[in-house]
Design a protein around this ligand. Structure first.
Ligand code: SF4
Length: 504
């Protein structure tokens, strides 16, 4: 308790410091474009029947496509270059990680540099743990993403909260949010409330468990906060690496908003989707199914690849959704889902199939999935079938590998490591292995994996067995050997391994 009180006091002091800091503005406010052509409502979106807040235009309904840079934010030149590539690929907005105060200056330079190049793409500052960093960026970026799980609350899951303490935690967050909201109001800045199952705070989990309800409650608290201060430029995302939880939580939040009589925009995404076919199909199942239900204003397909690939696939997903929405390519009988989407483009086919699978998975008990497409060889079709069966936990044929897309916090070649892990550890169908970019968010977000490798410092990684850190600051090649040996050791023990399903 004392600890929490001192935390609130500390935040108060930090706020004073931030206020002083901005007496001499660091930021050139004219950098910000005059308008933010954002959250447009998709055609047929149930949200369009409800009051939307004034800055949302329905004149040109479409989804905004977004991605996130994975360069070091302090490397202004490289980050600007990557943003330009994303603009060329068709991104509507780009997120950049801002891990600390040092990076506030860097993202300001990035913004300035882009404006000088006449590239007024909206930037989203991605902030965890440091409300003062969110406040500083809110002066000049178009959107600030905060994570309610680490805005002021702590992760400590061992603490139980009395009713009073629970309320105090909420009030501390509300107090702290006020200065951010004040800055956002004055500067026309949107706040994305980015709830993530891997980083829910101990307070919410103590009451709701690590469930879809907990994710929704975390988001609802921020509706209360924003509305208390008469602030409505908020966008919500609820993400999880568990695709079904992510879908259910988004739909539940939407339902709660409908009951409240006002619906805020949704940003859709699946976390730790990894790469290649699995990454794309996982995202297509989660995001696509919600899009087919009419939900979502913007989305990000997270891939552990070049961020440009995320935009390329996002475009394919949008067109696939339009097609599978218009035509009947699916049927469900005797617990078997049949999909015949005769698309020639392989990734677009994955996207359409994924979305249809997600749509049925939400409501039916699927026992098998049969896919047909005359344009692809049988082994390609089987590969996709196995992929969707595995994601839906119907039939496991290979190890479930999850991986974060990486960002400016990553200090090693995660894309290369992921490829090696996928090859070398492919044949453990009842295991879940995580490859994560950083120790800041990695351990929380891989909490239910059996094993994991997480970036810990420059070119060094840590190896985890469940939540236990087995070794740290080792090279990638050492980590692979350690991982192999702890898997071998675990396999020699009776029933220590789990089935890779949600154990949270
Ligand atoms: S876990 Fe990955 S995506 Fe998340 S903050 Fe760390 S490096 Fe970035």
């Amino acid at each position: 308790m004392l600890h929490r009180i001192s935390h609130v006091l500390l935040r108060g002091l930090q706020k004073i410091r931030v206020t002083l800091f901005f007496k001499v503005p660091l930021i050139n406010h004219t950098l910000k474009p005059l308008f933010f052509k954002t959250p447009l409502v998709a055609k047929g979106n149930p949200q369009s029947k409800l009051p939307l807040f004034p800055y949302f235009s329905t004149s040109s309904p479409r989804y905004l496509l977004q991605s996130m840079t994975n360069t070091d934010t302090n490397d202004v030149e490289a980050t600007v270059r990557q943003i330009m590539e994303l603009i060329d690929a068709g991104a509507d907005l780009v997120r950049v990680t801002v891990p600390g105060v040092k990076e506030v200056e860097a993202i300001h330079k990035i913004k300035k540099n882009l404006v000088e190049k006449n590239k007024n793409i909206p930037l989203v500052a991605d902030v965890h743990f440091l409300p003062e960093v969110a406040e500083k960026t809110a002066y000049f970026v178009e959107k600030v993403r905060i994570n309610p799980g680490n805005f002021t609350d702590k992760r400590d899951y061992s603490v139980s909260f009395t009713e009073n303490e629970y309320q105090q935690g909420f009030e501390a967050m509300m107090l702290c949010a006020k200065s951010l909201i004040d800055i956002c109001k004055k500067n026309n800045t949107i706040i994305r409330i980015g709830v993530n199952q891997g980083s829910l705070c101990g307070r919410i989990i103590s009451r709701y468990g690590n469930t879809a309800e907990a994710l929704v409650e975390s988001a609802l608290e921020w509706i209360k906060i924003a509305e208390k201060y008469d602030f409505h430029k908020i966008v919500f995302s609820i993400k999880s690496s568990h695709v079904k939880t992510m879908m259910e939580a988004n739909l539940l939040l939407y339902q709660k908003m409908v009951e409240m009589g006002r619906v805020y925009p949704f940003h859709l995404g699946v976390t730790e989707a990894a790469n290649e076919m699995e990454g794309r199909v996982k995202s297509a199942i989660g995001i696509g199914a919600l899009m087919l239900k009419g939900l979502g204003n913007t989305f990000r397909v997270s891939l552990t690849e070049d961020p440009v690939h995320e935009i390329v696939f996002s475009k394919l997903l949008v067109t696939a959704i339009q097609e599978v929405n218009k035509n009947k390519y699916d049927s469900f009988s005797n617990s078997v889902l049949h999909i015949h989407y005769p698309e020639i483009n392989k990734e677009k086919w994955w996207a359409g199939v994924g979305a249809l699978v997600g749509k049925w998975w939400l409501t039916e008990n699927i026992k098998d999935i049969k896919i047909e497409n005359q344009h692809f060889a049988i082994d390609e079709i089987e590969k996709l079938q196995n992929c969707v069966l595995q994601i839906c936990h119907i039939k496991k044929t290979h190890t479930e590998i999850i991986a974060c897309p990486s960002c400016g916090r990553t200090q090693y070649d995660i894309q290369a490591l992921l490829k090696v892990v996928k090859q070398r550890f492919a044949n453990y169908p009842h295991l879940k292995i995580a490859v994560m970019g950083c120790v800041v968010n990695g351990p929380g977000e891989m909490a239910d994996a059996d094993f994991g490798i997480i970036g810990s410092a420059n070119e060094k990684v840590a190896v985890y067995k469940g939540k236990e850190r087995v070794s740290d600051f080792v090279s990638v090649s050492e980590a692979l050997e350690i991982l192999q040996s702890i898997i071998n050791h675990s396999l020699s023990l009776p029933s220590v391994l789990t089935d890779g399903n949600d154990k949270r």
